[in-house]
Write a protein that binds this ligand. Structure first.
Ligand code: NAD
Ligand code: MG
Length: 411
């Protein structure tokens, strides 16, 4: 399905396409038109001696994608929405940049010869492109946490086969990556992910229930895409991140902790058996974890935000309130049960967040909808192990159907 590519160019001949051993690293950006895409392209374009762009993709924003492709001299550009292929061809005609669309186009972009592929697509839509990148032998720097939540075992197995670790772009996981002593992993007592608490941290439950999309989109510390911003307001984002950390670091649920830290200065902590607690600090600037990934295993200067601890003066911490933010508990439960339940939960959450943004569901309805969908699959006994990407996506589709049904019956 979704066959619509028109690359017509030899990837090894066209501009910005081939990974070379000595020149700048070739970086492809999947989801180049989004917020993490912006951060990635900013780091890439500010160090032309170090990085150049291979392939770029977007869902359907042809204008922005074409502009990015031209400005960065990308070798290949693809849109997920096949209806946009003609517009993309027109926008890039005469540039020598090859184009593609649909699932095949995204797979071609992911497999384009590159030193690294930044996975910055939002949602389960990122699963196949992430796998395509790994299967083509490209190292992945992953922002798309949903790929790990839904298909973590498959993604991690593919990375292991490739022999190159998944580099986390998510700020908390990048923090942990930098302080996690794998050689002494048995001495790790716990791994802590911090949460800002989002815009409703201090709100009463009744007010959170009826919060509007505009209020939920008003994140205190981070500027991000709409879906992850809503997830941050419900704390589902932190739940997804615990599952993400479970896969990235092979840590059991009991060793994964969440702590609310409203200043978003400490992003992650690791506690060792000798009582040492290591923390990673930095500004709330996604270009920092992106810069870390792109330079890895080296470090390279980046024009990212710096913090002054004297100006910040106080770092505060509190326990997450599971009663006012039930999505966090639902995600932890999904991880506890395992199998396909995190995938089912993610699908329900994607449907619920879209409905909320469309003013079709109250904010409090997100958790109710996710819980109802999870319950339905648990009762039916249909949460069995994750088998293949096709099976994951079939379950994702089934969960979206149930979510639509559930929504029709939700108050
Ligand atoms: P965004 O909405 O700003 O951008 C999403 C990108 O994915 C866009 O380029 C869009 O065109 C593309 N896309 C959307 N739907 C698609 C589909 N069906 N098929 C193919 N491409 C599609 O999102 P974002 O905030 O950049 O987040 C991207 C991912 O990174 C998410 O998984 C998010 O949780 C994670 N993340 C984001 C941030 C952040 O600061 N924005 C921080 C940590 C993790
Ligand atoms: Mg994060």
């Amino acid at each position: 399905m979704d066959q619509a590519t028109d690359s017509g160019a030899d990837p090894l001949q066209s501009a910005g396409s081939s990974a070379t051993e000595h020149g700048p690293k070739v970086i492809s950006v999947l989801g180049a038109t989004g917020s993490v895409g912006d951060s990635s392209l900013d780091i890439i374009s500010s160090s032309p001696d170090r990085y150049r762009v291979g392939a770029v993709t977007a869902n359907g924003n042809v204008e922005k994608l074409a502009q990015i492709a031209i400005e960065t001299k990308a070798g290949f550009a693809a849109v997920a929405d096949e209806q946009c292929l003609d517009a993309l061809k027109d926008a890039l005609s005469g540039t020598g940049i090859a184009v593609g669309a649909g699932e095949a186009g995204l797979a071609e972009a992911a497999a384009w010869p590159a030193d690294m592929v930044v996975g910055a697509i939002v949602g389960a839509a990122g699963i196949r492109p992430t796998m395509a990148a790994l299967e083509a032998g490209n190292q992945v720097a992953l922002a798309n946490k949903e790929a790990l939540v839904c298909a973590g075992d498959l993604v991690m197995d593919a990375a292991r086969r490739l022999g190159k670790p998944i580099l986390p772009v998510d700020s908390e996981h990048s923090a942990i990556f930098q302080i996690f002593d794998d050689a002494n992993r048995d001495e790790i007592e716990d791994v802590t992910i911090t949460a800002s608490g989002g815009p409703f941290r201090t709100w009463a439950q009744g007010d959170i229930e009826k919060a509007t999309p505009e209020q939920a989109l008003n994140h205190p510390n981070w500027s991000m895409g709409a879906k992850v911003t809503i997830d941050s307001a419900s704390l589902m984002n932190k739940g997804l991140e615990v599952i993400e950390a479970h896969h990235l670091y092979d840590m059991p649920l009991e060793k994964l902790k969440v702590i609310v830290h409203p200043q978003s200065i400490i992003h992650g902590l690791v506690t060792y058996s000798d009582g040492s607690m290591l923390a990673h600090l930095g500004a709330a600037d996604m270009r920092i974890p992106v810069a870390h990934c792109l330079a890895w295993p080296d470090r390279a200067p980046a024009n990212t935000r710096r913090i002054s601890l004297v100006e910040i003066a106080q770092l505060t911490f509190e326990a997450p309130d599971m009663a006012r933010f039930p999505c966090l508990g639902l995600a932890l439960e999904a991880l506890r049960v395992g199998g396909n339940l995190p995938n089912i939960m993610n699908a329900a959450n994607e449907v619920a967040v879209a409905a909320f943004l469309d003013h079709q569901l109250p904010f409090g309805g997100i958790a109710r909808m996710v819980e109802a969908v999870m319950d339905r699959f648990v009762q039916l006994g249909e949460v069995g192990p994750v088998g293949s990407v096709d099976a994951v996506l079939a379950t994702d589709a089934a969960a979206r159907c149930v979510a639509d049904e559930v929504r029709a019956n939700l108050v």
